[in-house]
Design a protein around this ligand. Structure first.
Ligand code: FAD
Ligand code: SF4
Length: 457
């Protein structure tokens, strides 16, 4: 909790062998259905049992370009682990008895990275004459780029920021995803021939039409959901109230925790309140605790959430880690107003207590304010982590690109093709905030459709 080094230690070989030995190699391996990219989980665990780690690595990489990343950040308890036979039906999260698939994936991903194993290029020479532009270097863009490059296609990734990775770099802190792990996977793409152009905002530097005019035969949009939502309550514009995006970007991308060695600063609060209940809120709270330690301030960071812990969308593991690191949880709390001093800085949060009512459209029980229950919390720094929306920089200058009421790009769900011919999309810009592996699943589908599209040109 006092630095940004990785928190969760991976398996040693003996741990991996013991865990793999628990997998009963089901005739009908339900775990695979729980993986958005369909990794052959049974087979790769089978290879681990036989200590054939090269084969395990190859099995995973057939379906997943980034095993070291997914092994760390995938919410496996809602995905493959939940579908493992050891999880009993009706349990909201995977049971502890389920096979720890993500740890095994991480073990093999890191083995591949340390052993320098490189996924072979399938290399379809027929397609080598085509160039495809990928916009955005988050997991969707990188995954699509890797799939296309493996088919011999020339790929250029255009990224608006000065570094690649999207949320993997600017959102998820290094204590959950070390930067050397991310850099390894991105360098592997470069070795496959993927070109990366940073500081290039498509829609500002060039339009989609100009990319086609430059000789690109197809375009993939992995624009993400980078625009933060706010609460819309009085006082939200006071100083020291950050969106989680800004707070995390300052630290994760711009190294503000190392100011003034790096140019970007970030303010450190004595009493920090993070509003929200998702992964972003957990990351922001855990970063805030670290900044307090680094600044010699007694840690005081509270996560305020309208419902209870059970309804929190954050991973259980992240909630547990935040608690272990000293984050306080204030449940059933609805922010009403930020109060500031006469210099314009926030000093307190006024909030109401809630109780749970009937389930809403999301299936979670609705928070209902208890009349007359308002109270105030000391708060000299707040981080708002209540959701993200579509990044509209490109769509706003491309009227031919159909979007829905949320600003997300509309696609044919079978091919991920948009309303513009030759333009495909995937990840959070389609269907809103999701997970890394879901973004990759969409990108793989789009890449397959792009290959078919190019084959018919
Ligand atoms: P992004 O990762 O957002 O990448 C989009 C990229 O496109 C960005 O780099 C952006 O700069 C670039 N871009 C946008 N517009 C343009 C343009 N016009 N020109 C050029 N470049 C452009 N998911 C998990 O599975 N596990 C987790 O633990 C987890 N933790 C998270 C923590 C945080 C703080 C956040 C915010 C999200 C988290 N998620 C997690 C969700 C996950 O990160 C996203 O679902 C995933 O990153 C979406 O991938 P993407 O490629 O669609 O978009
Ligand atoms: Fe069966 Fe679980 Fe092993 Fe998958 S991981 S093969 S569901 S025991």
């Amino acid at each position: 909790m006092k630095d940004f080094e990785e928190v969760i230690m991976g398996y040693l070989e003996q741990d991996a062998l013991e865990e793999a030995s628990r997998c009963i190699q089901c005739k009908n391996p339900t775990c695979i259905g729980g993986c958005p990219v369909g990794i052959d989980i049974k087979t790769f665990i089978g290879w681990i049992k036989k200590k054939n780690y090269d084969a395990a690595y190859a099995t995973i990489r057939e379906k997943n370009n980034f095993p070291s990343i997914c092994g760390r950040v995938c919410p496996a308890e809602y995905q493959c682990r939940k579908a493992c036979v050891f999880t009993k039906k009706g349990e909201p999260f995977a049971s502890h008895e389920s096979i720890n698939i993500n740890f095994l994936e991480r073990f093999i991903g890191d083995y591949g990275a340390h052993g320098g194993l490189i996924a072979t290029m399938a290399g379809a020479a027929r397609l080598a004459r085509y160039k495809v532009a990928v916009v955005g270097s988050g997991p969707a863009g990188l995954c699509c780029a890797g799939e296309l490059a493996r088919s011999g296609i020339q790929v250029t990734v255009f990224e608006g920021l000065h570094k690649t990775g999207g949320v993997l770099r600017y959102g998820i802190p290094s204590f959950r995803l070390p930067r050397d792990v991310l850099d390894f996977e991105i360098n592997l793409l470069k070795k496959l021939g993927v070109e990366i152009q940073t500081n290039f905002i498509v829609g500002k530097a060039q339009t989609i039409e100009e990319l086609f005019a430059d000789g690109y035969s197809a375009v993939f949009l992995g624009l993400g959901a980078g625009i933060p939502s706010f609460l819309g309550i009085p006082g939200e514009n006071l100083c020291n109230i950050y969106s989680a995006n800004e707070f995390l970007t300052r630290v994760n991308l711009m190294s503000a925790n190392d100011f003034p060695k790096h140019h970007t600063p970030v303010n450190i609060g004595k009493h920090v309140v993070v509003i929200g209940g998702g992964n972003t809120a957990m990351d922001a709270a855990r970063v805030a605790i670290r900044l307090q330690h680094a600044g010699g301030i007694a840690p005081d960071t509270t996560v305020a959430y309208r419902r209870t812990e059970l309804e929190m969308p954050a991973r259980r593991l992240e909630i547990e880690h935040a608690k272990e690191e000293g984050v306080t949880f204030a449940m059933l709390v609805k922010p009403e107003e930020f109060i500031g001093d006469d210099t314009g800085f926030v000093t307190r949060l006024r909030a109401s207590r809630c109780e749970l009512g009937e389930p809403d459209a999301s299936g979670r029980r609705r928070p209902v304010v208890v009349p007359g229950s308002t109270f105030t919390i000391e708060c000299d720094l707040a981080v708002i982590a209540v959701g993200l929306g579509a990044n509209r920089i490109l769509t706003s200058v491309t009227p031919q690109l159909e979007t829905d009421k949320y600003g997300d790009v509309t696609v044919n769900p079978e091919t991920m093709e948009t309303s513009m011919k030759g333009v495909f999309a995937g990840g959070d810009i389609v269907g809103g905030e999701g997970t890394v592996i879901e973004a990759m699943g969409m990108a793989k589908k789009a890449a397959a459709a792009i290959i078919v599209y190019l084959s018919h040109l």
